[in-house]
Design a protein around this ligand. Structure first.
Ligand code: A3P
Length: 289
């Protein structure tokens, strides 16, 4: 029987979606092009939402593509099985990709290129809650018996898929200030989706008129995405993701952790979070009191 996870250079990856061979090819042989765009996140931080926004920006707000083509075919996860080799053959420019890779395992040729990276972060407490529910429905993550168990794993372990949230975020934000890197947050998207879409367009050098912008916002809303079978992962076989128990596009709010963490868990999280983020130069939206 296939193992549920494997390790590549010490980091855990889900076996159904990736392999050592794919990751090695991607890291060392994949050729980044200057006009490539990467949607990078630690899992459960808003990857699928950004994917939808980028799809809609690409089509100038026309939702036809988003409503007719599965999201992972529109914008593939570059580390998924066979994805990088296939992408190498793609003639169309620009190419768009998603990735959950930590920066130290990312495509080496990125550093010599002008390719753009949009890195989206989310309140790690909400990442934990979202992860907790995703673990109940998918083979890609483990199921945890309690939030408490997952909080400890999240704070202390290197064994969650794609590694530690702290290392992931701290590595990627070292690129803040580079002109081909945009730091974005799930919280900003919630607060001002239209404003975020405008920022993304500016970053990509893409001009959309007001009607197109309105359409991007409308078609990337929580409700539209939850109902869009090309975006809500309902076309994934139940054996990989069983949404009878819980939807992938589940709740989509900021601060859901308040409904799940006890006071003691929240205090413990804060303490360790502050220790582990000590010296971090970026101030995140969830740190504002
Ligand atoms: P919740 O589980 O908190 O609801 P990822 O795509 O990185 O796996 O992140 C999944 C999270 O993004 C889920 O969070 C999901 O509901 C949320 N999400 C997806 N589309 C969204 C949208 N249009 N608006 C708000 N949240 C969205």
């Amino acid at each position: 029987m296939e193992m549920k996870f494997f390790k590549y250079k010490g980091t855990v990856f889900p076996s159904p979606s990736s392999s050592v061979e794919d990751l090695d090819f991607l890291e060392n042989e994949f050729k980044v092009r200057d006009d490539d765009v990467f949607n990078v996140t630690y899992p459960k931080s808003g990857t699928t939402w950004m994917l939808e926004i980028l799809s809609l920006i690409k089509t100038n707000g026309d939702p036809t593509w988003s409503k007719s083509v599965l999201n992972w075919h529109r914008i593939p996860w570059i580390e998924s099985k066979g994805s990088a080799k296939k992408a190498q053959e793609v003639k169309d420019n620009p190419r768009f990709f998603n990735s959950h890779l930590p920066r130290h395992l990312f495509i080496k040729s990125l550093s010599d290129s002008k390719a753009k990276v949009i890195y989206t972060v989310r309140d790690p407490r909400d990442v934990i809650v979202s992860h907790f529910y995703f673990g109940k429905i998918s083979v890609f993550f483990n199921e945890f018996e309690s939030i408490d168990e997952l909080i400890k794993e999240f704070l202390w372990s290197e064994e969650l898929p794609y590694g530690s949230w702290f290392d992931h975020v701290k590595e990627w934000i070292q690129l803040v200030g580079k002109e081909n890197f945009m730091l974005n947050s799930y919280e900003d998207m919630q607060k001002d989706l239209r404003g975020t879409v405008i920022k993304i367009c500016k970053f990509l050098g893409k001009e959309l008129d007001d009607t197109a912008l309105d359409s991007v916002v409308k078609h990337s809303s929580f409700k539209t995405m939850q109902e869009n079978n090309m975006s809500n992962f309902t076309q994934v076989p139940d054996t990989l993701m069983d949404q009878k128990r819980c939807k992938f596009i589940r709740n989509g709010i900021c601060g859901d952790w308040k409904n799940h963490f006890t006071v003691a868990q929240a205090e413990y999280f804060d303490k360790i979070y502050n220790e582990r983020m000590l010296g971090c130069s970026v101030k995140f939206p969830w740190e504002e009191k």
